[in-house]
Design a binder for this molecule. Structure first.
Ligand code: HC1
Ligand code: SF4
Length: 562
């Protein structure tokens, strides 16, 4: 423990790793463009520069706190310096703020406003470069890159992929894939974590909002929405409601008001996934084949495994993801003329994830040659569409999902947080459904924020080794342990984004620790207040097996190959 003086006030510090964290603890929101607590310190933007009592200036993100330091964060000299940095960044930046996809959530735009920059004194000498639109999920706009390196570190340190790096020198310098490749030519898995970290519009979501409005406007089209678990806990705060609280009822209401004909909860098909995946696991356990079973609901992880560890493809569960199971079921339901009444059905899936856009067009996401999920929009796009519609979201009276697929169990809801798929599967294996049993399952080790969790459970006297990991750099560590024979698991759950879908690449960005915790707690709370918390007790799912799914389980719910 020590003390430093910040702008004349004594501030205590304990284990803060840099002066910036102590300054922020003291309630001063010092601007940064390149500092994130979860990736390494880069010290490139210099916006967090402060001055000490000897007139020395330094970047506070890169300075270790020392007892007795005297710091000034807002001296006249520092303010001028900070403003100059932003001006210089703006001088080399394409400034189409009114039409930029990032407008309203751009850190650079925010800083220019904060520093009262109304004019940029310097000429932009950079030539306009083409956009990279090759990815199904994200768009890279080199004209908006400010070289903070956030995307580079997110991709290499959190995802272990290193798709993005620095290229060229001087004013030509750029964060981009090596050898001038497009994103589609790299091992990019569409996870969108680079977009979450990017402070400007240099990496953004490939949007599909117009396609949704077009479908809604077509009277000959039945537009059906499915809403993923993690979406419900990330929308409220965009409209001034409490962070992390589930607003699923309001989402159903707003989607109906926007013109969707039917609205469903992806938690329903997460239940279906648990039914299929637990059955598949018990079969593999029975004949000791293709173990460990790898979960297959995260498309970025599936692509990562297929690209980096193809020899383990057979270990992936053959189950389609809940997104794809649901879309296949909805399309099947409306396949006959009697049901579709001459209307075309368009399934819109609303996801926290950019990679779901890639999953929707994967060849194995087609049934009878028809794409199951027609359009995928992310939480960020949904928020924009609600704002576009002008509907007062906070005042909406919550509504229930439609029938016949209108209910998902609590087990389906917790899919959106790391460990949720495993916990849902362990609930399925439990004989009872009382609260004590649910609490015991919750304490097995699946919950918690650690990037890699390993634990054992017993099923009918057989000890099962389980591993739950989030973040692909962690997935890589798990795979290396499996490959080397150091670890022997039966079940491995991987979500590509740290903490699971609640932190997906399509969620509203810049979520601090409080938001991360609130989204997680929000999903567990939503599960807690659900009367049915086991997938196998969802009556709508169970009756589907005797009706629409009879004899079609494989065709609608499984992937033939990866
Ligand atoms: Fe997810 Fe899933 S949990 S992958 O994280 O299995 O995107 O929320 O919808 O498909 O249910 C995402 C979330 C989501 C699927 C489910
Ligand atoms: Fe890397 Fe993911 Fe961005 Fe692709 S989408 S460049 S894998 S962080």
């Amino acid at each position: 423990m020590g003390f430093m003086t910040i702008d004349g006030r004594k501030v205590e510090f304990t284990d803060e790793k840099n002066v910036l964290s102590v300054i922020r603890k003291a309630g001063i929101n010092l601007p940064t463009l390149c500092y994130h607590s979860e990736v390494s310190t880069f010290g490139a933007c210099r916006l967090c520069t402060v001055e000490d009592d000897r007139g020395r200036t330094f970047a506070s993100c890169s300075e270790v706190p020392r007892d007795g330091m005297v710091i000034y964060t807002n001296s006249g000299r520092i303010k001028k310096y900070r403003k100059l940095i932003v001006e210089l960044l703006l001088s080399a930046h394409c400034r189409d703020c009114t039409t930029c996809v990032k407008s309203g959530e751009c850190v650079l735009q925010d800083l220019a406003h904060r520093m009262n920059i109304t004019d940029v004194r310097f000429q932009n000498t950079r030539e306009i470069r083409p956009l990279d639109t090759s990815s199904p999920s994200i768009v890279r706009d080199p004209n908006k890159c400010i070289l903070c390196g956030d995307c580079v570190r997110a991709c290499s340190e959190i995802q272990g992929l290193g798709v993005l790096g620095f290229a060229f020198r001087g004013t030509d310098a750029m964060a981009m894939p090596a050898f001038n490749k497009t994103l589609a030519e790299t091992d990019c898995v569409s996870c969108g974590q680079c977009r979450i970290y990017c402070p400007t519009g240099a990496i953004s979501i490939k949007t599909h909002m117009d396609e949704v409005w077009e479908a809604i406007a077509d009277p000959n089209t039945r537009v059906v929405a499915q809403v993923a678990p993690a979406v419900r806990v990330a929308v409220g705060d965009a409209f001034g409601l409490d962070k992390g609280n589930s607003v699923m009822g309001k989402l159903v209401a707003v989607l109906h008001r926007m013109g969707f004909d039917e609205v469903y909860d992806t938690a329903f098909s997460a239940d279906l996934t648990i039914m299929e995946e637990s059955k598949e696991f018990l079969e593999r356990l029975g004949d000791s084949s293709k173990l460990p079973l790898f979960t297959s609901c995260c498309p970025a992880w599936v692509k990562f495994l297929c690209d980096q560890y193809p020899e383990y493809k057979d270990n992936l569960s053959t189950c389609r993801s809940p997104q794809e199971m649901f879309s296949a079921v909805i399309k099947e339901y409306y396949r006959g003329y009697e049901k579709n009444q001459g209307k075309k059905t368009v399934v819109v899936s609303i996801m926290p994830c950019t990679a779901k856009k890639m999953e929707a067009i994967r060849p194995n996401s087609f049934t009878h040659g028809e794409q199951n999920t027609d359009i995928v929009i992310t939480t960020t796009e949904l928020i924009r569409m609600i704002k576009n519609s002008g509907i007062e979201f906070p005042t909406l009276i919550p509504e229930a999902c439609d029938m016949p697929f209108g209910f998902g169990s609590g087990a389906g809801v917790i899919f959106g947080v790391t460990g949720g798929v495993t916990e849902a599967m362990l609930r399925r294996f439990a004989d009872k459904h009382d609260k004590a049993t649910m609490d015991t399952v919750a304490e097995t080790g699946a919950r918690g924020e650690e990037g890699i969790k390993e634990f054992s459970v017993t099923y009918k006297g057989i000890p099962l080794n389980v591993c739950v990991a989030s973040g692909l750099a962690n997935a890589q560590k798990v795979m290396e342990k499996i490959k080397s024979g150091e670890a022997h698991y039966h079940i491995v759950e991987i979500m590509a984004c740290r903490r699971g879908c609640i932190m997906g690449g399509g969620q509203p960005p810049r979520a601090g620790d409080r938001t991360k915790a609130a989204r997680k707690d929000g999903l567990y709370k939503a599960d807690n207040v659900t009367s049915i918390r086991k997938a196998d007790e969802n009556p709508l799912v169970m009756s589907l097996y005797d009706t629409l799914l009879k004899g079609k389980e494989h065709e609608l719910l499984h992937n033939d190959s990866y």
